[in-house]
Write a protein of this length. Structure first.
Lengths: 86, 567
């Protein structure tokens, strides 16, 4: 495999990860916290209406987790493609 | 000991700490001055980024704003944290690999054009100056309330402190003082939050207490919804803005966060691409501690305020009430002359005016917490304002010394001379910022929120396309940035300042003409989309970028061999 094919494959896998993670990012904030908020508010966790909870708490927790998942995935990917040396 | 003595002690201790760090970490080269030598550890950078990011607005204003906006306040919570996901996944690793000193550096080289660089410098200065003036104002407010000096002296003291470590230490000094400032501010925010949460719900974790039950067995949020309706406000968990506006505001704040030069530049200071990703995650984790506690503080503060004040006798108000009355941030006007405080959404009946900014600062007093906790909040507010001001000043000074003097006017300048210019521009920037802090041009507070719109409309598309679209050329990027920021400025001037329709007084009546029903604060999202469309359209009709530029794009996509930041 040529050097540039190698780089292209790496980039493609990276883009796939980013797309998946950003769909989750969009779902917990814009969908659960805004667009579908009223629908979700029919349910509640503890004293929180669910949609309100996503908007003021849940989305932020998921954001933090998303970045750390990305860090892990990319560290593995770098190793797989031998891009982890400096 | 009184609150004031405690405040003097705690503030003096933290200031001594910052100055000590500044002396220890003086910058000896431009590389140390701009990017702290490029060897900052991910954890230190994460802490510094968090302090840099959390300004007087996050620490002092945000919980208060949410307190009065209820669900609508979610735009700040999601917007100012969600932007880090974009930053970590789409920007930070690639900009670190690119390895330059400033954002205009990236724009200028990626789009092989001095014009592009100049447009970027203009945008960076516009964004940073509007933002920094608000920070100096925050410093002034804290000084005037807690140390009883007037706002002008407060701002001048703040200026001297920032000047000291920003000019001496540059990015290196700023980074390590920000690490200390993060510790101070998060401690100062969380201690009263934990106290109050325990007091009101029996649960010391505010994030959980917020959804818990009060002493009367009723859920706090349910009680607050009830009280709000009773007083004529919208239900707390419902809010009153339109969905499309909430959507646009959240998006504009997220994208704006990812496009702010003083945040982006922090990722130039770590050693490797891997470290840039990791420190974005750590930064968000550290920010999230405050951002998930803030909505809880908002609920506690609002309930406490209504309880203590609404329908009660003015003569029996506790001491904090008159303390804040003297600052002019809290006011009572006994319209019906019954000596009771009527609090209502109806302006005709309402007798209480509360500045949103005092909710966090007054909260410990309202909840009767010990004096040292109140003093701690003052030190936290100062840490938040000073750390952000310093980060912004660095962007301003490097834009002048590196992007204008070194790259455009005098390329043959030596490293030593450039360092002198950088220090001088930092001094100049502090003086200008201080001037605006003392004489806030009525619109500063409004413009701070709009700085995000400006960043979203200008930098974000140019950087994203520069990384993810190899064939993006300079004509498209420059046109996109100019149209984007121009449109944002126009919308802001028209709907925020009413300059085309008879000035500030006309602004409220213009709200019905908002395009798509989107407020000026959310319009950055539309301006950003327009920027993308213009960039891609112009790009389609003009020549591809040169081969070597396309090769640069390919190398920044590969994480290995990041090397060190260079000119």
């Amino acid at each position: 495999m040529s050097k540039s094919d190698h780089a292209k494959k790496y980039w493609k896998e990276n883009l796939r990860y980013v797309t998946i993670l950003l769909s989750i990012w969009f779902s917990v904030s814009f969908l659960a916290g805004v667009v579908l908020k009223d629908l979700l508010d029919q349910y509640s966790i503890g004293g929180f209406p669910l949609g309100f909870w996503f908007a003021q708490q849940g989305s932020i927790y998921v954001f933090v987790v998303l970045i750390f998942v990305y860090v892990r995935l990319m560290n593995k990917l770098d190793k797989k493609y031998n891009y982890d040396k400096d | 000991m009184t609150v004031q003595i405690w405040t003097y002690i705690i503030v003096a201790l933290t200031f001594a700490l910052y100055i000590g760090i500044a002396i220890w970490s003086r910058a000896g080269s431009t590389k140390e001055f701009y990017v702290a030598g490029g060897g900052v550890s991910p954890l230190a950078n994460g802490m510094a980024t968090a302090a840099d990011w959390m300004s007087a607005a996050s620490f002092i204003s945000m919980a208060g704003l949410i307190s009065f906006m209820g669900y609508d306040g979610s735009v700040y919570l999601m917007g100012w944290t969600g932007g880090y996901v974009l930053l970590a996944l789409l920007l930070a690793p690639y900009l670190r690999k690119f390895g330059k000193f400033t954002v205009p550096d990236f724009i200028g080289e990626r789009y092989y054009s001095k014009t592009a660089r100049l447009v970027a410098v203009f945008c960076a200065l516009l964004v940073s100056f509007t933002y920094v003036a608000g920070q100096m104002r925050g410093v002034g407010v804290v000084f005037s309330r807690f140390l009883e000096v007037d706002i002008t002296s407060g701002v001048i003291i703040g200026m001297i402190i920032v000047l000291f470590y920003a000019v001496l230490g540059g990015m290196k000094g700023i980074t390590y003082t920000q690490v200390a400032q993060y510790c101070v501010l998060i401690f100062a925010f969380m201690v009263p939050a934990i106290f109050i949460s325990f007091q009101m719900t029996g649960n010391p974790i505010p994030q959980i207490g917020m959804g818990g039950k009060g002493a009367d067995g009723m859920y706090l949020l349910e009680k607050l919804n009830g009280l709000s309706t009773e007083l004529g406000f919208a239900e707390y968990t419902k809010g009153s803005r339109s969905k499309i506006d909430i959507f646009a505001m959240t998006a504009a704040l997220m994208v704006g966060t990812a496009g702010l030069p003083h945040v982006i530049v922090r990722f130039f200071t770590v050693k490797k691409v891997r470290d840039a990703r990791k420190s974005a995650g750590l930064a968000l984790l550290l920010i999230a501690i405050l951002y998930t506690a803030a909505p809880a503080v908002a609920v506690f503060a609002r309930l406490n305020l209504i309880h203590t004040v609404s329908g009660q006798s003015y003569a029996q108000m506790p001491a904090w009430f008159s303390n804040w009355e003297t600052t002019g941030l809290l006011g009572f006007n006994d319209k019906n002359g019954d000596g009771l405080i009527q609090y209502s959404a109806d302006a005709m009946i309402n007798e209480l005016t509360v500045d949103r900014d005092i909710m966090v600062l007054a909260n410990p007093e309202i909840a009767n917490l010990p004096a040292w906790v109140i003093a701690l909040v003052a030190a936290g507010g100062l840490a938040a304002a000073l750390s952000t001001a310093a980060g912004l000043l660095l962007v301003i000074s490097s834009s002048v010394s590196h992007d204008l003097v070194k790259s455009v006017f005098k390329p043959d300048i030596t490293d030593k001379q450039e360092l002198v210019v950088a220090r001088l521009s930092a001094v100049g920037a502090v003086v200008v910022a201080g001037y605006f802090g003392i004489n806030p041009p009525g619109f500063v507070a409004a413009v701070v929120a709009l700085a995000f719109g400006l960043a979203a409309a200008s930098f974000f598309p140019a950087i994203i396309l520069g990384i993810f679209y190899k064939k993006m050329n300079k004509e498209g990027a420059i046109a996109g940035m100019i149209v984007g920021i121009g449109l944002m400025l126009f919308y802001m001037l028209k709907f925020k300042f009413g300059i085309f329709d008879g000035g500030k007084t006309a602004v409220t009546s213009l709200a019905k003409d908002w395009w798509f029903g989107i407020s000026p604060e959310g319009f950055g999202f539309i301006a950003m989309i327009v920027n993308f469309v213009v960039s891609l359209t112009i790009n389609a009709f003009t020549a591809d970028p040169p081969e070597e530029v396309q090769e640069i794009v390919e190398t920044i996509r590969i994480p290995s061999g990041a090397g060190e930041a260079t000119h």
